[in-house]
Ligand binder design. Structure first.
Ligand SMILES: Cc1cc2nc3c(=O)[nH]c(=O)nc-3n(C[C@H](O)[C@H](O)[C@H](O)COP(=O)(O)OP(=O)(O)OC[C@H]3O[C@@H](n4cnc5c(N)ncnc54)[C@H](O)[C@@H]3O)c2cc1C
Length: 445
């Protein structure tokens, strides 16, 4: 195949480029933002200023696609931790167990992660990234019902077009294709859940403390009455990112944005004062960044059979998940691996492969979506289509969360599921069910 064009140089766009570069003569990424000359936040990916955890499945997949990248992260200052020893996590009213387990996690800022991926992409000879290129329209062949290229406005406001054999839409949650398809009366069914989540993040310097025995500390709220959570994560440069998250607009924005002190004071509203204790003598190194997620959205491109040929969707363009659980980038990575597999085993025409990809993406997203909304619906203010068997799922999940503070075997299984290494059914192993029932009959929580 000759030419592929990718809209958006976010993580999904870069991942898609890596995969397509093995099969297309030329791959062009078109990005609206200007080039960043270092691991800095940028306008087109404002969520990058907030804590971004990369789950095991995502980290493994990234290493498979970009061999050696984990080492590059480490060499340039990312913080490698043991995933059960170095995380202090208060969840559903209990602290998770802490012990030296089999997994490691790399803590770093999202711009640091993306910067390294970008350097790798730039070293692939048949991939180019063109910046300040705002893709505003598709070129469409009505007779063949095929997208044949894109129309772009560049920095000088002039319009140009590029033809391609495949167009990948990696433009994220405000995706160009869903707007374009809507205008042409191709309606993409959407699953939408209203959570009104807001994020506030600052970079801070914490005072030295010999007794600090964690690298990331998370204090999550217990629904339905607690709505504010917080996290501190060590990142490259010996700095800490501090994020507060509030469901259903619970955080008073005026208060948190008022001053550095106003930000730190929010930590007093968390279910535990541990984060406040860490922050009260900290020095702010940045202003406060804000991000709102009013809804999470899953666009069911897989359910529509008149999508024009030659157009493939990936990443947040398909699904923006509740960021609280840190899964979005890993979903994009798993999708990219699926695309790689399909291209390697390509037995079908190009279009059949695209449709298969959209269906395979459902298999990746569906269990994660279910797991996440099961938690979101613990708040009565959450609006959307509830999954079947919600209350039993919530009851069972809560038991698993509580047992994760007492039973190492169950916490290990939970970690594997949470990090997308094992299916959720892992938590239905007869031994785990037995522990859940035993806990139910011996303890009222
Ligand atoms: C507050 C917050 C916290 C999060 N925390 C985590 C976490 O801890 N762990 C995790 O794994 N995930 C997390 N996520 C999710 C993660 O950020 C996303 O899943 C991921 O960024 C999706 O990447 P993407 O490339 O699909 O989309 P995006 O990152 O949105 O990238 C889209 C790109 O397309 C460009 N673009 C858009 N329109 C056009 C156009 N018309 N022409 C050209 N370019 C265009 C944009 O400039 C941008 O560069 C979080 C999300 C949020 C909101």
């Amino acid at each position: 195949m000759e030419k592929a064009v990718i809209i958006g140089a976010g993580i999904s766009g870069k991942l898609a480029a890596r995969v397509l570069s093995d099969h297309f003569q030329e791959v062009i990424i078109l990005e609206r933002d200007s080039e960043t000359h270092g691991p800095y936040p940028r306008k087109g990916a404002p969520q990058g200023e907030h804590i971004h955890a990369l789950l095991f499945a995502g980290a493994n997949g990234l290493e498979e696609l970009f061999p050696g990248i984990t080492e590059r992260f480490n060499v340039s200052g990312a913080v490698k931790i043991n995933s059960t020893q170095d995380i202090a996590w208060f969840h559903h009213g209990v602290w998770k167990l802490r012990y030296e387990g089999d997994y490691t996690t790399i803590l770093q800022t999202r711009p640091h992660l993306e910067w390294h991926i970008e350097q790798y992409i730039k070293s692939i000879p048949n991939v180019s990234i063109q910046y300040i290129q705002n893709v505003q329209n598709f070129l469409y062949n009505e007779i063949e019902n095929r997208i044949t290229g894109v129309e772009i406005i560049n920095g000088s406001d002039s319009i140009r077009t590029i033809n391609a054999d495949l167009i990948v839409d990696a433009s994220g949650v405000r995706s160009l294709s869903s707007r374009w398809l809507n205008k042409r009366d191709v309606h993409i069914p959407e699953e939408k859940v209203k959570i009104d989540l807001s994020y506030y993040t600052k970079t801070l310097q914490l005072p030295d403390n010999q007794n600090r025995d964690w690298s990331i500390k998370l204090v999550y709220p217990t629904p339905p009455f607690e709505k504010i959570g917080g996290g501190i994560s060590k990142v490259e440069g010996n700095r800490y990112l501090v994020t507060f998250m509030g469901y259903h607009n619970e955080i008073n924005e005026k208060e948190i944005l008022k001053s550095d002190n106003g930000f730190i004071e929010i930590a007093k509203k968390l279910p535990r004062l541990d984060i406040y204790q860490e922050l009260k003598d900290a020095t702010a190194l940045s202003s406060t960044s804000t991000f709102r997620v009013p809804n999470i959205t899953w666009r069911r491109f897989d359910k529509v059979n008149n999508i024009p040929n030659g157009l493939l969707m990936i990443g947040d363009t398909i699904c923006r998940i509740d960021p609280f659980f840190g899964q979005g980038m890993s979903i994009a990575i798993l999708e990219a691996l699926e695309l790689k597999k399909l291209l390697v085993n390509q037995k079908h025409t190009n279009q059949k492969m695209i449709e298969t990809f959209h269906q395979q993406a459902v298999k990746i997203i569906s269990p994660i979506w279910n797991m996440v909304i099961t938690e979101d619906f613990r708040y009565p203010d959450t609006i959307g289509k509830k999954p079947a068997g919600l209350s039993i799922q919530q009851w069972y999940a809560k038991k698993i969360f509580l047992l994760s503070s007492e039973n190492k075997e169950i916490y290990n299984s939970f970690i594997k599921v949470m990090h997308l290494l094992r299916p959720t059914t892992t938590l239905m192993h007869p031994r785990i069910i037995k522990s859940v029932l035993k806990r139910t009959f011996t303890n009222n929580r």
